[in-house]
Design a protein around this ligand. Sequence first.
Ligand SMILES: C[S@@+](CC[C@H](N)C(=O)[O-])C[C@H]1O[C@@H](n2cnc3c(N)ncnc32)[C@H](O)[C@@H]1O
Length: 323
Amino acid sequence: MTVHSEEGEEKSPARRRSRRYIPNLAEFYFKPTYDWTIDDAKSLYRARDGVPQEIALNTVLYEDSIQGMRKLPESSIDLVIADPPFGIDFDGKSSVYNRDERLVVEDYEEVNGSYLEFTKRWINELPRVLKDAGSVYIFSGWTNLEPVLRRAREVGLTTLNHIVWHYPFGVFTKRRFVTSHYHVLLLVKDPKNYFFNKIEHYPEDVWPVKRTYRTGKVKNSTKLPLEVVGRCIDFSSKPGDLVLDPFMGNGTTAVAAKSSWRHFIGYEINERLKPVIDSETSSVELGECYTPYASRLPTLDELAEAYPNAYREFLRREKEEKR
Ligand SMILES: C[S@@+](CC[C@H](N)C(=O)[O-])C[C@H]1O[C@@H](n2cnc3c(N)ncnc32)[C@H](O)[C@@H]1O
């Protein structure tokens, strides 16, 4: 009996046996779905394709993002990264965070009134401004996750992933577990047509990333690690795309976008953060963190060391292909 592969090629029983499942072997053949050289990424950035002329690119506007997003043209945004205030009594200064309060910028804007109402209002704006193939990442603590999930569903966004960002530090507790994770929801406008660049062979939905501490630097009371925001950008946008952050804080999204050949636009209600955002954004060069995605994968030597059995099989199959 012969078996037809997807390509219609005939396989003999011996060859079928030789193609049995080998753990980790697929990783030796993995390639990112899309990839760009540095020159390609630079050209895409400069081309501004699909970016409406009326949008002032690579700017942070110091205003309420709900009002701000209403002024954006429809279908203009490729990716939204939103880390809204938590909706808890938080000013980021408490001594439990073990910080020098003098370095935390005043006027952290928490939500006054109903968190559900606030959540409804800002999430309402997303479907209109998003392109059809666009995606949204929303960061949320567990206490206010429920209204975020509900509102996202009500406005017609589909949850593709419920990522957990695990950070190895939490506020010490005596009578309950230490919270050391954040929820990161990946939502899309059209689950049949969205952009996703699988740049890793096995991208899991738990991201263990340390929090960044910037001892001695002036900062907003909360800051996401660049690595976490960078992952959202790498997996869900292309060079030259436009990334929107409605709650800029320290400007982490601006830094991640600028350093990977993406455009950004953002809002921040607290004008006192302008010097922090300006200094963060100018601390990186355009595209400085971008390297083609294939170059970030483990090398053949690293794979060989990690998975010796799969490597033997890889070499055997390579030889077989050459015959
Ligand atoms: C959790 S922080 C964002 C931190 C940011 N992701 C970072 O890595 O630095 C939320 C920010 O949203 C701002 N904010 C709150 N309400 C806002 C609104 N309606 N419009 C714009 N910014 C707002 C707060 O001042 C705060 O800086």
